[in-house]
Design a protein around this ligand. Sequence first.
Ligand code: TMP
Ligand code: ASP
Length: 237
Amino acid sequence: MEKKEQLYEGKAKKVFATEDAACCIVSYKDDATAFNGEKRGTIAGKGVVNNRMTNLMMQLLEKQGVPTHFVEELSERDTVVKKVSIVPLEVIIRNVSAGSFAKRYGVEEGIVFDEPTIEFSYKNDALGDPLINSYHALALKLASKEEIETIKKYAFKVNEVLKEYFLQLGVKLIDFKLEFGRLADGTIVLADEISPDTCRFWDAKTNEKLDKDRFRRDMGGVEAAYQEIFKRVTEAK
Ligand code: TMP
Ligand code: ASP
């Protein structure tokens, strides 16, 4: 399959049309942003890590019964995916307090929850992706009741599968963000990416951060962290 016209350019990926109206090609860039685009930079090799890691995760999840948009990896940075219309919700699952949760509720990072939490943000850059609840999502007609139930079910399933998977690699899955899409027939599938850009990964022994927080927080060792998590994932394959 080949790239035709560019349909969209986001902060970290480009999306191209293909000869098949039901498919797109996503192309992963090394560009990184944080805080709604306020902070910008480049993370060398990130596009390759995020593309390949996402594809491995999507295939693992498919096997575990979570439908995804994944079709075929074309190259280091390019992947064929099913065309979806994205449900404008960022779905965030947390196992351990960190990031905006710790800040919002005034707690330290690293508190292990008895049960995972779920939250939604309204995917809207102009508004800064505000936190919303499922009633707000319904009121705004972002998704139907049934779709929200399906999304919740899949999101918790993704957490079960990935938490266990990463623990075997000596990595704690702290939290992550998912996006879902609708196929032409309305079927909900997991879309977007699962990568160090969209997950928090802490080394199980040292709690060292192996994700984009090193970029967000100017901690250094950004490229090395992406390579370290990638090495663990590819060696486990
Ligand atoms: P948060 O603690 O900043 O709300 O982030 C929760 C998770 O979501 C974390 O794993 C990083 C991820 N995330 C994204 O993928 N995109 C975003 O724009 C933000 C703010 C967070
Ligand atoms: N990708 C998001 C942005 O550019 C933020 C983040 O991942 O922290 O705003």
